[in-house]
Design a binder for this molecule. Structure first.
Ligand code: FUB
Length: 664
């Protein structure tokens, strides 16, 4: 168990500093959760599918620089484009256009608001609003490229007849194109073939509800035209929803249908979105001020799945931090970005001074639960769970499959601690990184459910880890010691339970009595076979023929995998050692964590007493003879608390390791 640095001691970088650091050193973000881009702000996300990938054209919010006239207002100096094949890993292709490179734009206006990009006849047309050098308000410009990520060349003048913000272009099935924008309400017009000029007079979009509207996004599906837009429905408190209307013609009149997404609960004033179908699934891209909770002009892009009803209407989408990607169980999962939870569950920033560190989630009482969807378990084999938690009183967290009553994957008892040790109550609220064995691993992709089984517990993240393989089944009829003479092939008996709570008892007398007892039939003569069972009291235990990957035989790991308990265990091991000739004046050199006794051909040759760590050649037998042919080496090792292991080799009279023996 390790403790996480208290927040007060964490480095308090300013938001600006963190942003700069991340901007320069993290061009690729890989998270299966919202917000999807974690190294910069990304507002007004327009997603488009080009060449089998999703391209994201957001606005790029930054902190207001000194020179900006209107302080703490929307502040954007350039555009980046991102692409992803899986909606999880996003590549930042860098800046595609900046305010200094717009020939007609004011280079200090910081007004590069919501853009769009479409592809027609192999050319990519990037539409963007900007403040012109002269005059007030906004104009819309076009920049053209041969590839979705540019380089883009900006037209010398803004589009005539388009005054406003948030351009969006719809390509119809017959090859015609329509542009929509926000300027005193929502407006639209058909575009000329050149995609840079209006072919028709602009017209107001009719049939839309009262109330502020902006950010139009239009698309066509199954013969229906959809006009979707941020909309302020006054009666709900005056921040933006995402709403939509449908029509049988591209410029309306429109039939208003309702809400796609309700107002953000934290009163982030804007929302802005796009809808895209990718690999058969429809997605809603939208934004929220996740990484800037006290300033809703710095926003971050999110994604949710979206579905249509049979009549073409859109099902309302609930915003989540979970997002849409499949999370790998073997990577850190931020469960605070859950898909669903009971009403008592609450999320807060891990460090309110640094929102980019993300959130933690509180399961405040017995029965509280959350569900985190779509975790890929295919890489988890024989593993354990690591979980970062905080609690003020001893409690238990259960990780289950699928539902709050689902099959238990792991139980995590949370014992609160402070610097003086474990306590039942702890007000210092330390974060603890705890591990727990996995009792069940789902197949393929499954939903995780966390349930609180005692007093409240706060969770930051969890991760499933595979155990390194410490042993492999013995292969081949015989094995050699390693080049340093250590014997790695052993017959090991599953551990015998012992009620040993402290290792201080390992005195000579105590050990002689413990090792002298008969635990199972033929204990001192058995030459066990792999899989052979013996009865020890109530326990039925099996022998395993194993090759240790390490020179030290990690009995604790053996117990973890094949035993009923890891601590308080008595281990028995047998190695059949074949010597090509009689070897005299040989010594047995052993080390053990836990006390151990060693026998060669039925004779006790070494006793390692006391509470000891495993050290190479810690104890040495007297002079021995290894017979020509088969010899039987046997050990018993007992340990209370501690990571049991041992290492053993034979040394010749000069102290050199003996390696020309074989072990069966
Ligand atoms: O990002 C600046 C403006 O905020 C957009 O153009 C609007 O749609 C709103 O999201």
């Amino acid at each position: 168990m390790e403790t996480r640095k208290p927040k007060a001691r964490q480095v308090r970088e300013t938001l600006c500093g963190i942003l700069l650091t991340l901007l320069f050193f993290a061009p690729l973000t890989a998270e299966a959760q919202n917000p999807i881009i974690r190294d910069q702000f990304t507002a007004d996300p327009t997603a488009r599918v080009f060449d089998g990938k999703v391209y994201l054209y957001p606005s790029h919010d930054i902190l207001s620089p000194e020179e900006q006239e209107r302080k703490n207002w929307f502040t954007m100096a350039d555009y980046h484009v991102f692409s992803s094949a899986d909606l999880v890993n996003w590549t930042d292709h860098g800046i595609i256009l900046s305010q200094e490179r717009v020939p007609w734009g004011n280079p200090k206006a910081y007004s590069m608001w919501a853009p769009d990009c479409v592809c027609k006849d192999g050319k990519y047309y990037f539409y963007f609003p900007d403040a012109p050098k002269s005059g007030r308000g906004f104009a819309v410009g076009v920049a053209v490229a041969d590839r979705p990520e540019g380089p883009f060349t900006c037209e010398p003048e803004p589009m005539p007849g388009v005054t406003g913000i948030d351009p969006c272009v719809l390509l119809d099935d017959d090859g015609s194109a329509y542009i929509y924008w926000s300027g005193m309400g929502l407006r639209g017009a058909r575009l000329k073939e050149n995609m840079k000029e209006l072919a028709t007079e602009s017209q107001a979009m009719e049939g839309l509800p009262e109330g502020f509207k902006e950010g139009p996004f239009a698309f066509k599906r199954d013969g229906w035209y959809y006009l979707t837009f941020p909309w302020v429905r006054k009666q709900q408190g005056g921040t933006e929803t995402l709403a939509y209307a449908m029509s049988r013609s591209p410029l309306g009149p429109w039939d208003f249908k309702g809400i796609i997404m309700a107002e953000h609960a934290n009163r982030c004033w804007t929302n802005h979105h796009s809808l895209v179908q990718y690999q058969g699934q429809w997605y809603l891209f939208y934004h929220h001020n996740d990484f800037s909770p006290r300033d809703d002009k710095r926003r971050s892009a999110r994604i949710e799945r979206l579905a249509f009803n049979a009549d073409g209407t859109i099902q309302e989408v609930r915003p989540t931090l979970r997002g849409v990607g499949i999370s790998k169980a073997t990577e850190r999962i931020d469960v605070d970005r859950y898909s669903e939870a009971d009403d008592a569950v609450a999320v807060s920033y891990v460090d309110s001074l640094n929102p980019f560190q993300g959130w933690s989630v509180m399961l405040p009482r017995k029965g509280s639960w959350l569900r985190y969807a779509d975790v890929d378990f295919s890489a988890v084999k024989d593993g354990y769970l690591v979980v970062c938690v905080r609690a003020h009183a001893n409690t238990e967290l259960l990780v289950r499959e699928r539902s709050p009553k689902g099959k238990v994957m792991a139980r995590v008892p949370v014992t609160v601690v402070n610097e003086r040790g474990p306590f039942r109550r702890d007000m210092s609220g330390q974060w603890l990184t705890l591990t727990a064995p996995l009792v069940f691993v789902p197949q393929g992709t499954a939903d995780l459910v966390l349930t609180c089984e005692g007093e409240g517990v706060e969770v930051d993240w969890l991760q499933f880890k595979n155990r390194p393989e410490y042993f492999v089944p013995a292969s081949g009829t015989e094995a050699r010691p390693d080049e340093r003479g250590f014997i790695r092939r052993w017959m090991l008996l599953e551990p015998i339970r012992q009620d040993v709570r402290s290792n201080v008892v390992f005195t000579n007398t105590w050990l002689r009595e413990a090792f002298g007892k008969t635990y199972f039939k033929d204990q001192m003569t058995i030459r066990p076979k792999d899989g052979q069972r013996v009865k020890v009291g109530q326990q039925t235990l099996r022998w395993h023929s194993l090759d240790s990957r390490n020179y030290n035989v990690k009995l604790f790991r053996f117990a973890e995998r094949w035993g009923e308990q890891t601590y308080g265990s008595l281990f028995w091991g047998v190695a059949l050692v074949d010597s090509p000739e009689e070897l005299t004046n040989v010594r047995l050199a052993a080390g053990s964590n836990g006390a151990s006794m060693w026998w060669l051909n039925g004779e006790e040759v070494l006793l390692l007493e006391g509470d000891r760590r495993m050290v190479e050649d810690d104890g040495m037998s007297g002079r021995l003879t290894l017979r020509q042919g088969q010899n039987v080496l046997r050990f018993a090792l007992i340990n209370g608390p501690g990571l049991s292991d041992c290492c053993v080799r034979f040394l010749d009279e000069k102290g050199n390791p003996i390696t020309n023996i074989t072990i069966r």
